[in-house]
Design a protein around this ligand. Structure first.
Ligand SMILES: Cc1ncc(COP(=O)(O)O)c(C=O)c1O
Length: 364
């Protein structure tokens, strides 16, 4: 069996280190806001290339706090992509703001800059591009065409830890970066976790309070806050995995190259697209084909896992469809939802397994 995603090999390689670090946490019994969390925040800020990083409980909370720190609420519009995980728009809905979709680019699967520019109004307060599947969206290019003093850019980096464009890392390109450490992410912990990156001291201070009951001094609460903290056990695991992130991202790139080489001649199959100036980290290796369902079924018959991220363009989700009446406008998002397929992808996937996946597809 070749699963679409697997953590077992990674854990077996890291088990001794992880268990030793977890034992240290237990011996200190300092489970919340201890030294591992502090170290992790410093290391992430340094790695991403920003002044501040504030950890929290999840990528969803990171997006929620990013929007909240910009005082976004009722009457404000936030532009984002309909082809993403649901969290991206949940965060907008939590604040009573209006999500406005801009269709995606069919080749990159990312939000399209020209579609964003069509959707900007005097109520637009923020844009949330998602660096989907590890493929960086060109935030700096977008900045040239918008007034960044009035419209903030929040990067959804849940799938792009370590990815970059023009030698700058995602999470440092816009005003705020939001990361998830859900176990399947390319930097993942063994539970839930997230982090927010920014160069703004004001945003840093505000979000720091939001994550910890609105307080920066114990039992003094300046704003209404939340309980959303990364715990010491997860931070200890992440400190180990952060050291390996460049290596594991390169392992993903190598796997993607093998797929590219072996699948490039296959008819009716579109392979993932990457611009020359980007470092795509292949959180997913996602193809598109009108024969998607046949490919998926054939892989299944051959004990090969694959996954459809995402099967429903978000304007059609039950919870949101009352909100979006202009469903005809997201043609590319709907096309890709109906044709996309993510093949097995994780750092410790062997070359022979990748070749088996390719051969199975070629034989269809
Ligand atoms: C694009 C995107 N945004 C946001 C999130 C939310 O992250 P979390 O699951 O940590 O809340 C995820 C991951 O699940 C995601 O893939």
């Amino acid at each position: 069996m070749i699963p679409q995603f697997d953590l077992k090999k990674e854990y077996s390689l890291l088990e001794n280190k992880i268990q030793a670090e977890i034992r240290k946490v237990f011996s200190k019994t300092n489970f919340i806001q201890g030294e591992n969390v502090k170290k992790f925040e410093e290391k992430v800020a340094n790695y991403i290339g920003v002044k501040y990083a504030i950890s929290c409980n999840s990528g969803t909370d990171a997006l929620h706090f990013a929007l909240r720190s910009l005082n976004i609420g009722k009457g404000d519009e936030v532009i984002t992509t309909p082809f993403t995980f649901i969290s991206t728009i949940e965060a907008i809905m939590y604040l009573g703001a209006k999500p406005v979709f801009a269709d995606i680019n069919k080749r990159t699967y990312n939000i399209s800059k020209s579609e964003i520019l069509k959707k900007i109004t005097s109520n637009t307060k923020a844009i949330i591009p998602v660096h989907l599947f590890g493929n960086p969206f060109d935030v700096e290019d977008l900045k040239k065409d918008i007034d960044n003093n009035f419209i903030n850019i929040i990067e959804d980096c849940a799938q792009s830890f370590g990815a970059g464009i023009n030698h700058k890392r995602t999470g440092s390109l816009g005003d705020i970066g939001c990361f998830s450490f859900y176990p399947t992410k390319n930097l993942g912990c063994y539970g839930d976790g997230g982090i927010i990156t920014t160069n703004s001291e004001a945003i840093y201070k505000h979000i720091k309070k939001l994550t910890n009951h609105g307080s920066s001094k114990r039992y003094h609460h300046d704003i209404i806050g939340f309980n959303s903290r990364l715990d010491e056990i997860q931070a200890a695991i992440l400190n180990i995995k952060l050291k390996l992130i460049d290596e594991t991202n390169m392992m993903r790139v190598n796997i993607a190259n093998i797929y590219n080489e072996n699948l490039s001649e296959v008819k009716n199959l579109t392979l993932p697209y990457k611009e020359n100036n980007t470092h795509h980290v292949y959180h997913q290796y996602t193809i598109s084909s009108l024969d998607r369902d046949i490919i998926k079924k054939t892989l299944e018959k051959n004990n090969i896992g694959s996954a459809v991220y995402y099967p429903i363009s978000l304007e059609k989700q039950n919870a949101y469809k009352y909100f979006f009446k202009d469903t005809a406008n997201y043609k590319n998002s709907n096309f890709i939802s109906n044709t996309c397929l993510s093949l097995p992808m994780y750092p410790y996937l062997s070359e022979s397994d990748v070749l088996s996946v390719c051969n199975t597809i070629k034989n269809i």
